[in-house]
Design a binder for this molecule. Sequence first.
Ligand code: AMP
Length: 409
Amino acid sequence: MEPIETFSELRLIEPLQRAIRAQNYTTPTPIQAAAIPHLLAGRDLLGCAQTGTGKTAAFALPILQRLEARPSAPVPGAPRVLVLSPTRELAAQIGESFETYGRYLRIRQAVIYGGVNQNAQVRALRRGVHIAIATPGRLLDLKDQGHIRLDRLQTFVLDEADRMLDMGFLPDLKRIIACLPRERHSLFFSATLPAHVGGLAASLLRDPVRVEVTPQSSTVDLIEQRVLFVQQANKRPLLDHLLRDEALVRMLIFTRTKRGADKVAQQLSRGGVEADAIHGNKSQNARNRVLDRFRRGRLRVLVATDLAARGLDVEGISHVINYDMPHEPESYVHRIGRTGRAGAVGMALSFCDASERSDLRAIEKLIRSTIRVDRDHPFHSEAAQPREGGPARPRRLRRPVRGRRPVRA
Ligand code: AMP
């Protein structure tokens, strides 16, 4: 079979084609081309893909089309489709995607997540929705209160399953899965597929098609990655130094702790850089406001913790900076996936001090490659750099590959 290259080859109905045109998408991304035909045919799917690959449209378009093919008035409290997401931000983004792609259809949906008053969500469910997009905790709360039932569900999507398990949602997931009808269409997405995630997929899916767009443990090709060895105390001055480069247009900085995120954002703001932080200690409304400012380009820097940034879909993030190295190597893959989205070029810079070298080694093992060392900055620390023969052998790199503009450091 010839590979699919256009949306018209995907046999999507006209209202969906129109919505796609309105988004100015010209070609399906690889996961869309690979998954949509199978999903339209009703096959279960195991999708190994990160955010940024276009996976939301890969499941949202066929789900909308299948709902439209068998129209029915929504039954109060009983959606036909459930999409589970690990975080509120991702749930909200998936909701927006369904709205965007379904704008010429009469499909109703609700996004259900915690941290905000439940009344609006309960009212939406009472009116009836075809699609519920939910985080596990609030879904179970509303279920326990009798506001939602899952027995009429036709399609179940588990998004970012690896992250869901990392965040300790397995008990919640098990409770939710126990309520699903046996006969259903199931879709399972995960950026990485370690054994425990694969086991969960096997228990949920029936004869699934497997679609893998970034091979397991490999990072997105379009992202240039560098590690900068620096002593902890010099990370701030190094960041200031990098920020003088205007090529760092819009950047996402990761810290390990919420306090660290606040501190970096405050220090940057005091120095005149438009910066703010998002993390789990902020109310959902405060997080939404910060995200909105970042999206509109009012903030140059967003400082985030791993959980808060999960699933974040903001276009045009030029740089991801790991101010602290992540303890879990998988987080590195998730973090850097925030840049270089949907074909754009991005860059990921990781600050690594001596105590973080083991984190770096674990990351390089996972991604099966050595991250280039950038020593071309005034805070380079020989002490922080692994010895010759270690996994991150120093390599001076003056010019980025594929002729892109170097970050002056
Ligand atoms: P996702 O992986 O679903 O988070 O999507 C990442 C980004 O790619 C989103 O901003 C989408 O709007 C965008 N996108 C999805 N599909 C396409 C496409 N076929 N062409 C261009 N952009 C797309």
